[in-house]
Design a protein. Structure first.
Lengths: 221, 256
């Protein structure tokens, strides 16, 4: 990893050795310091191992159990339950949350994702509802500061073409944003350039850019 | 600003404000004609003032408080509150953002009440007319100082306990302060009960904000000193209720 923390757009996320997460008791901890910078970092773990807890802790929504972490950049936590008012259409959501200069691009991405921006939120399918939150997060990035987005299971409910559109967008903007994306290891064929894993109460890095999810899945417990 | 903008957009999209606004304009003009006003045409104007402010109270209790509760509940339940908080928009900014947007939709209803009272119920006598104007303005201020903090409480309670609690508690508090406190006051006068006296002393005296009798019976506006004392009292109540609201407010549901 190249050290380019001097760049105004370079976000940084450092999980110090001993950093621990959990609600009432310790759920997982970091045995060795992890440092992440711009790019997409997948977070894999089985159910109940602390994916959401880790993302919420790093976003400042939950208190850490022990140790420390550091974020440099403006954070966004996009939870898997993120939704909007039943009566609001995606267009209105974009209108109120996305800066004017980016709305056109946001609508273009929504079109690529085959999201009907005129339909009220209540009439959208589960997958299409997820797309609204995704587009909002992607187009609320700040130009003048580093950006960090924590996605909690953004692919749930998305079909393969939509997933590919999202991954393409992430690839195009990988130099501008640090993304941590939690996923269930269910998409075996997808390539996995960088990954964080939670297994046996430990949070660690795995993957050298050549592996697939199927390879990493074997490391999980 | 984001919670404010999103709430404002949502309120606009829901369109119920159109109905509330239309009723606030139409009912005070139409309903008094359903009374036997021909017997004494002088009664039409006080009846109109009474209807106007009754409709405004109803709009505040039924619509504003329910909207406040719904937004408070939605903000925490849908993950929006957590999303905003992760971006550095703290609980205080969120609750006041939501509250400001809800109150912004109540302002035209209150303005409409004042305009209807001035345009369709103004006394002909110039002395009474100037008092009428001041009374209506005083009423508008006291009304907002009653409903405003209760709406804030609704947002706070609903974000923690759900929209039902978030609506019922402030609405009950409002009705109790408007009507129940009077009955309690009478009971306190008849019985020597220190506990009841304490309850009465601690109860919100929202009845003071209801200047309808002053309009109906043309009693004139509140003297300046009384009005200032009322303002001070309601400001103190606002601080207490506002503090409770912000303490209750959560950006995520209780289970988290």
């Amino acid at each position: 990893m190249t050290d380019s923390t001097n760049s105004p757009k370079m976000a940084d996320l450092t999980l110090s050795e001993g950093f621990g997460i959990g609600y009432n008791s310790l759920l997982a901890e970091v045995p060795e310091e992890i440092r992440l910078q711009n790019g997409t970092h997948f977070l894999l773990a089985r159910n109940g191992r602390g994916k959401t807890t880790l993302l919420k802790t790093l976003s400042g929504l939950l208190a850490k159990r022990r140790g420390g972490y550091r974020t440099t950049g403006r954070c966004q936590f996009v939870g898997d339950d993120l939704s909007f008012d039943r009566e609001l259409s995606a267009r209105l959501v974009f209108g109120s949350l996305i800066p004017r200069k980016r709305r056109k691009d946001a609508l273009a991405m929504a079109a690529k994702l085959e999201l009907d921006v005129r339909k009220p939120f209540r009439k959208l399918s589960f997958g299409n509802r997820k797309k609204v939150g995704l587009v909002v997060a992607e187009f609320r990035l700040r130009d003048d500061e580093p950006n960090i987005i924590f996605y909690d299971e953004p692919f749930t409910g998305l079909d393969t073409p939509a997933r590919e559109t999202v991954r393409q967008r992430w690839e195009e903007t990988r130099e501008d944003v640090l993304r941590v994306v939690s996923c269930h290891p269910d998409f075996d064929a997808m390539s996995m350039p960088k990954a964080l894993l939670i297994s046996d109460g430990k949070i660690f890095r795995a993957g050298d850019g050549t592996r697939t999810w199927a390879d990493l899945k074997n490391l999980l417990n | 600003m984001d919670p404010f903008r999103l709430t404002l957009t949502t309120l606009f999209a829901r369109k119920s404000w159109v109905l509330v606004f239309l009723l606030a304009v139409a009912l005070p003009i139409v309903l008094p004609y359903f009374t036997p006003w021909e017997a004494n045409t002088k009664l039409l104007q006080p009846a109109r003032a009474q209807t106007t402010w009754t409709v405004t109270w109803l709009a505040g209790v039924l619509w504003t408080l329910s909207q406040a509760a719904r937004f408070g509940d939605n903000n925490s339940r849908t993950g929006i509150g957590a999303y905003f908080r992760s971006q550095g928009c703290g609980p205080l900014k969120q609750i006041f953002g939501i509250w400001s947007a809800v109150m912004l939709f109540l302002l035209p209803v209150v303005a409409c009440a004042v305009v209807v009272c001035l345009a369709f119920a103004m006394p002909a006598d110039s002395g009474e007319a100037s008092m009428w104007i001041v009374t209506n303005l005083q009423f508008a201020v006291l009304f907002l100082l009653t409903i405003g903090p209760l709406a804030l409480l609704g947002v706070g309670l609903a974000s923690r306990f759900g929209s039902l609690i978030g609506y019922i508690v402030p609405a009950s508090l409002c009705l109790y302060g408007l009507y129940g406190v009077d009955y309690l006051g009478m009971t306190v006068k008849m019985r020597d009960n220190p506990a009841l006296e304490w309850v009465y002393a601690l109860s919100p005296q929202y009845r003071l904000a209801d200047l309808t009798p002053r309009l109906i019976f043309k009693m004139g506006h509140l003297p300046a000193t009384d009005f200032l004392i009322y303002l001070l009292y309601f400001t103190m109540v606002t601080f207490v209720v506002g503090a409770a609201a912000t303490l209750f407010f959560r950006t995520e549901p209780l289970r988290n």
